[in-house]
Write a new protein. Structure first.
Length: 116
């Protein structure tokens, strides 16, 4: 499966962005779909996860500010990011976990910069 994240940009602190992840296959066929981010000099971390049944998990650092959702009829997953902080600055990626337990290859991420 091929994945393409988009929607990043420059936003002021307190602002909002919505990221999109387009998959080459129907997203309901995956066990989980996750949003990850990697800030300069840091390891990639999981930000939000949505399971095939629709349940979601979030990193503590984004709870109450970020919301992951999906287009059940299509191939797109979204990450709505509100009340953005400078520490949210990172390259954001999406990835999927198959029912075999394996993960897809990483696609191109999208850069989010939160700065005044």
């Amino acid at each position: 499966v091929q994945l393409q994240a988009s929607g990043g940009g420059l936003v002021q602190p307190g602002g909002s962005l919505r990221l999109s992840c387009a998959a080459s296959e129907r997203i309901v066929s995956f066990k989980t779909i996750g949003w990850y981010r990697q800030a300069p000099g840091k390891q990639r971390e999981l930000v939000a996860l949505i399971f095939s049944g629709g349940n979601t998990n979030y990193a503590d650092s984004v709870k109450g500010r970020f919301t992951v959702s999906r287009d059940n009829a299509g191939n797109t997953v979204y990450l709505q990011m509100n009340s953005l902080k400078p520490e949210d600055t990172a390259v954001y990626y999406c990835n999927v976990q198959f029912w075999t337990g394996n993960y897809a290859d990483w696609g191109q991420g999208t850069l989010v910069t939160v700065s005044s």
